[in-house]
Design a protein around this ligand. Structure first.
Ligand SMILES: *Cc1c(COP(=O)(O)O)cnc(C)c1O
Length: 369
């Protein structure tokens, strides 16, 4: 039987049908209807956040947040991420400046930010990659010193708490993704957590073509509204979030137990003060020690019908679409990790037997080398 890298969680179908029944009565399918408002309120309460805006997906949350902030020039970011992060910067006409990452948790290395700041820098856009929390205090301190905005790509963090606060509550804004493959999803969806009411008004306008009111279009906006069916899915999934994370935790603990002893397979260390959501399980294959490369592990798993994912490879600063404009030599740690990382299958309810089969497929490779 083939093992997929991920599988969307579904609420009981009756629960979803019950939730969308109202939509047939109201015939209000999108444009900030009742479900939209309900989910916005529920997420705000769940995260104990000051303000939350819902959007059509995580990418538009990033793109429109950057636009709403009127940023100019350069944005310091990480190349070790999904295409969305870098694309959101470039599509706003801004220049990404790539900062290297830390060896321990693959988030932006805050000690390398200051040398990258120029008089054109307007913001920092780090990623809480795999749900690993960035050095939020240090990044906040640097941003304050230089008058920069901090926008977190918090796509992987829903359900996580750092020092008692929702991880997405840190920064001037944090953008969540509720894509079908994320720990919490609305089929497609996203949200921005922010702290400035004025920014919120701009975001609200921008997600609806920049229309401020019936006769005033104040910005060149997009269409990035979350529809009612998506919001209804979110309301259902939110009720099952704890269960979802508990099930993922079982898989993660099984992986840890079975992979921890294998030399040359590096695992992320659980972070201090973080309550995690068990979103991903990346391993780093140090071929010098392990005896096989990441690609060989990937192939061996594929032959056993196990779909792992080279997540994140390639680095965004080496994408074809950038035609060699950026240089991965400037981010050697990110390059090292991207060439060796593999995200193992992980979803709620991944059978224990499957996790064992995945681990033993890896262990056998170690023994054979
Ligand atoms: C999923 C993801 C996004 C984009 O979210 P969508 O909801 O798919 O648009 C952005 N950044 C990261 C790191 C992601 O994993």
């Amino acid at each position: 039987m083939s093992i997929m890298v991920t599988r969307s969680s579904m609420p009981p179908i009756e629960e979803y049908i019950e939730e969308i029944r109202d939509i047939w009565q109201s015939r209000w399918l999108t444009n900030m209807g009742e479900k939209h408002q309900e989910l916005q309120k529920a997420l705000k309460a769940y995260m104990k956040a000051e303000y939350v805006e819902l959007l059509v997906n995580g990418h538009m949350s990033l793109e429109l947040t950057l636009q709403a902030m009127n940023l100019t020039g350069e944005v310091i970011t990480t190349p070790f991420t999904f295409a969305s992060t870098t694309h959101a910067i470039v599509r706003n006409g801004l220049t990404p400046v790539f900062c290297d990452i830390r060896e321990e948790d693959y988030t932006m290395d805050a000690s390398k930010i200051e040398p990258l700041i120029t008089d054109r820098t307007s913001a920092i856009l780090p990623v809480h990659v795999y749900g690993n929390v960035c050095a939020v205090e240090e990044i906040g301190r640097i941003a304050k010193k230089y008058g920069l905005k901090v926008i977190y790509d918090a796509a992987h963090t829903f359900g996580e708490w750092y020092k008692g606060r929702a991880v997405a509550d840190y920064g001037d804004a944090a953008c969540l993704s509720f894509h079908a493959t994320k720990v919490f999803h609305t089929i497609e969806g996203g949200a921005v957590v922010y702290h400035d009411a004025e920014l919120g008004q701009k975001l609200y306008d921008l997600k609806n073509f920049g229309i401020h009111d019936a006769e005033h279009v104040e910005a060149v906006g997009a269409n990035a509204k979350m529809n009612e069916f998506a919001a209804a899915m979110g309301l259902c999934n939110l009720r099952h979030l704890d269960e979802e994370m508990e099930k993922r935790k079982c898989v993660v603990l099984a992986y840890r137990e079975q992979l921890e002893g294998i030399k040359g397979i590096r695992l992320c260390t659980p972070q201090k003060d973080l309550v995690p959501n068990y979103a991903y399980f990346p391993i780093v294959v140090e071929e010098n020690v392990f005896g096989k490369t990441r690609n060989e592990v990937f192939e061996a798993l594929a032959e056993a019908d196990i779909k792992a994912r080279k997540y994140f490879y390639p680095l965004t600063n080496t994408f074809d679409c950038f035609h060699g404009k950026y240089d991965a030599d400037a981010t050697p740690v990110a390059r090292h990790i991207a060439n060796r990382v593999l995200a193992l299958p992980l979803y709620a309810g991944l059978p224990a037997g499957d996790a064992r089969r995945i681990c033993s497929t890896i262990a056998v490779l170690a023994d054979a080398s």
